[in-house]
Design a protein around this ligand. Structure first.
Ligand code: OAD
Length: 238
């Protein structure tokens, strides 16, 4: 039996049980911080120190976090599919690296990565796993004070969109996990998949904002619902 090519989109809900805050739940980050001040280029230009401090705190929380059963299960699915020559495209809105820590080979980080810096002046991107400070200089152009986290802010274009749209349109199944469906373009992937004739499913704690757009859904904690779905898929593949 040929296995279906699967496009998986993940959001903050997949990392919630690893101890990382989501954004829009009742104790989420956007209920504690003004997003236009900490996650926009205008906020950065007004007060870069505040923005760097916000992401330095996110990075320190990430150091304490470990992947959970959902991350491990997705890596297991990826390995099982790769062994049979089928494709799992894992696209995440998360800036953490818990998919990698869980064993996924190359998640597409459409909103960037907390473990990298980008120079606001020359665009140089490199691994930076310590705090970003206004006193640091860019290793490429030497300018002091221009290092920002390599993350996508509101008003900026997400990364790898061409690769994402190609993979979406050639998948057999689109699965959205742990995302509220509030932020575009990711929230629009389900409609694009449907238009391309791709089956769609969501796994989330509760119905997302675009729940009606999915063909099917499993509601529950990612650490339970994702391994259960992966076990079903792997059993079908044998
Ligand atoms: P949200 O905080 O908007 O949504 C998280 C979703 O995860 C909600 O629907 C929750 O119900 C669900 N959830 C919470 N705990 C869960 C659990 N244990 N198991 C399963 N689901 C759970 O986060 P995102 O949808 O990822 O962008 O947010 C999208 C983007 O908005 C983020 O990438 C970020 C944010 O602003 C930028 O910063 C550019």
């Amino acid at each position: 039996m040929a296995l279906p090519n699967i496009f998986v989109l993940t959001g903050a809900g997949v990392s919630a049980e690893s101890g990382l805050s989501t954004f829009r739940d009742k104790d989420g980050l956007w209920t504690q911080y003004p997003l236009e001040e900490v996650a926009s280029i205008q906020g950065y230009e007004r007060n870069p120190g505040r923005v760097l401090a916000f992401y330095n705190l996110r990075r320190s929380k990430l150091f304490e976090a470990k992947p959970n059963a959902a991350h491990f299960a997705l890596a297991q699915l990826e390995a099982a599919w790769a062994a049979r020559g089928a494709i799992i495209t894992l696209c995440t809105q998360n800036i953490d690296n818990l998919h990698e820590q869980g064993g996924s080979k190359r998640p597409i980080h459409m909103h960037g990565e907390l473990s990298k810096s980008r120079c606001h002046d020359c665009g140089d991107v490199r691994i930076a796993d310590g705090d970003l400070l206004l006193t640091l200089g860019c290793m490429a152009c030497g300018r002091i004070g221009g290092l920002r986290p390599h993350v996508v802010w509101f008003g900026e274009t997400p990364l790898f969109l061409d690769e994402i749209y190609d993979a979406l349109s050639t998948a057999d199944l689109f699965v959205s996990i742990g995302t509220s469906g509030a932020v575009y373009p990711a929230a629009g992937f389900v409609s694009m998949a449907r238009e391309a004739g791709v089956s769609t499913m969501e796994i989330n704690l509760e119905p997302s904002e675009n729940a009606d757009a999915f063909d099917s859904a499993h509601y529950g904690k990612a650490s339970e619902a994702v391994p259960a779905w992966v076990a079903e898929m792997i059993a079908l593949a044998h």
